[in-house]
Ligand binder design. Structure first.
Ligand code: ZN
Length: 498
């Protein structure tokens, strides 16, 4: 007789193969696919999603899981016990959602996304509003299926992306952070803003590409198990044994190309850092979106926006880009740390980024809990932008219509961006201590020492620990906004001379 654990493992690995096949098709859609192939590609992806859902809710999974729970040989093996615990969590979640709701959500997500794109291009919130109403109602139904008695509807949705996180804990983390960031924003007005005009000189795409590839290689991204391409919106996806990254190039935005490449490269190193032996199991998967984002933000901000990094990188930039001869490392360091409160989150600097996230966090809780109707959404959005970022929103296109997330049904997702920033700062401080000072490594280009530390401390664990436990194990403390604020204030004091 086949042992229940082995049967379950074989079943889940085969399901993972389907998932990675879908990931490859999705990557191809964004990078290579001719436009005319879209309809059949959507059918291929939905067919694969249906097969995956069928396999995830297969009644045999529940039987295998209960046999594993009662089997001492499984429970006494730390790896197997962790996999069974996480598979149980995934199974509970998959089986709680009726298939009719899953199908309706998939259909409305696809149509609402198209309606959102159309509404945004015409700056017509009223055209998107009926779809948003429908999406909010569906998300409320989804939350009601998922939620435990101790959770609010919003908590149940957030738990999908950051296991164990809830609105009360987030509010406790965010409130002091917001106050400090708003005060910092005001203090910077009294400083000397850096000039970044030199970095906006047009540079040919081929030169930008060889530059970002040199940095990605130095970070230790393994190109035998990964590749870098270009797409309109940069992303990272794992396809079985290899990792696909994308970046984008615009002539006057080489720093954006570098930041996007280092960001996606950080995600890619996390995906390359899992133990191959755990492929297709929770121990070979990311623990949460917040921790995933911490890996990208750590490389993008704590490495790529540091003075030590530019002491190493400037000669490489000068050689690959054929310019920047009259600037020094300090000038580039100041340029990459310009703070300009702006309307669009994805273009935000490090000091104001989280204020964008907090606006959406406030609003979506009220939408899901039914305290805010969508007719009042633009007004509330604009009010919070004035209060948090100190800027006036000219139209909904640059306001509440800016992001695709809500039309895709991603509610409870946004805070993971800020959690990523907070984890990144706390992990970077721990690495600095453990490795005898990060700047000394970065200025010599010894990035793989940092990569190996991250691999040992974070990547190798997969989903063995909860995000909160992982944070304590790696840093010796619960997640806090203090390391992030210290990092920002110390850096910006130099950059702005305040
Ligand atoms: Zn990211």
């Amino acid at each position: 007789m086949v042992h229940a654990y082995d049967a379950l493992l074989a079943h889940q690995r085969a399901t993972s193969l389907l998932g990675s096949t879908a990931a490859l098709l999705a990557w191809d859609q964004e990078t290579q696919m001719p436009r005319g192939a879209g309809d059949v590609r959507a059918q291929q992806l939905s067919q694969l999603a249906e097969l995956q859902h069928e396999r995830a809710t297969d009644p045999r999974v529940a039987e295998w899981l209960s046999q594993c729970a009662a089997d001492a040989r499984v429970q006494q093996d730390a790896d197997r016990a962790a996999n069974v615990r996480e598979w149980q969590r995934d199974h509970d979640r998959a089986t709680r959602l009726p298939s009719a709701l899953v199908a309706e959500l998939a259909e409305v997500e696809s149509k609402a996304q198209q309606a959102w794109a159309e509404a945004r291009s015409r700056d017509a919130f009223a055209k998107f509003r009926p779809w948003l109403d429908r999406m909010v109602a569906l998300q409320q139904q989804k939350a009601d299926c998922l939620k435990r008695p101790d959770q609010s509807r919003w908590d149940a949705l957030a738990d999908l992306y950051e296991p164990g996180m809830n609105a009360a804990d987030l509010r406790a983390l965010f409130a002091p952070l917001r106050t400090a960031l708003v005060a910092l924003r005001d203090r910077l007005r009294g400083g000397t803003p850096p000039t970044d005009a030199f970095a906006r000189q047009p540079i040919a795409e081929a030169q930008q590409e060889s530059f970002v590839r040199a940095v990605l290689a130095a970070m230790g991204f393994d190109d035998k198990r990964g590749r870098l391409d270009r797409s309109a919106h940069p992303f990272c996806t794992k396809v079985g044994a290899d990792v696909r990254l994308t970046t984008r190039f615009r002539p006057e935005a080489v720093l954006d190309a570098l930041g996007s490449t280092m960001h996606e490269g950080g995600h890619g190193l996390y995906e390359q850092g899992f133990d191959d032996a755990h492929f297709g199991t929770p121990l070979g998967e990311a623990v949460s979106l917040g921790v995933h984002e911490s890996q990208s933000r750590l490389w993008e901000n704590h490495v790529g926006r540091s003075l030590a990094f530019w002491q190493w990188c400037l000669p490489i930039a000068q050689k690959q880009l054929g310019g920047w001869r009259d600037v020094d490392a300090m000038a580039v360091f100041r340029a990459v740390n310009v703070v300009r409160p702006s309307l669009i989150r994805v273009e935000a600097d490090e000091a104001t980024y989280d204020l964008h996230v907090m606006v959406r966090f406030e609003i979506e809780q009220q939408l899901i809990d039914g305290q805010l109707g969508t007719s009042n959404l633009p007004g509330e959005w604009n009010r919070l932008y004035r209060e948090y970022l100190g800027i006036a929103v000219p139209d909904d296109k640059h306001g509440c219509l800016q992001d695709v997330h809500w039309s895709c049904g991603l509610f409870g997702y946004f805070p993971t961006y800020t959690l990523g920033n907070l984890y990144a700062a706390q992990f970077a401080a721990a690495a600095d201590k453990a490795l005898g000072g990060l700047p000394a490594l970065l200025e010599r280009g010894q990035f793989t020492t940092l990569r190996e530390w991250l691999r040992r401390q974070i990547h190798r664990h997969g989903r063995r620990h909860s995000p909160a436990e992982l944070c304590r194990l790696v840093t010796g403390a619960p997640l806090s906004s203090a390391p992030f604020l210290q990092h920002l204030e110390k850096k910006l004091a130099v950059v702005y001379g305040i």
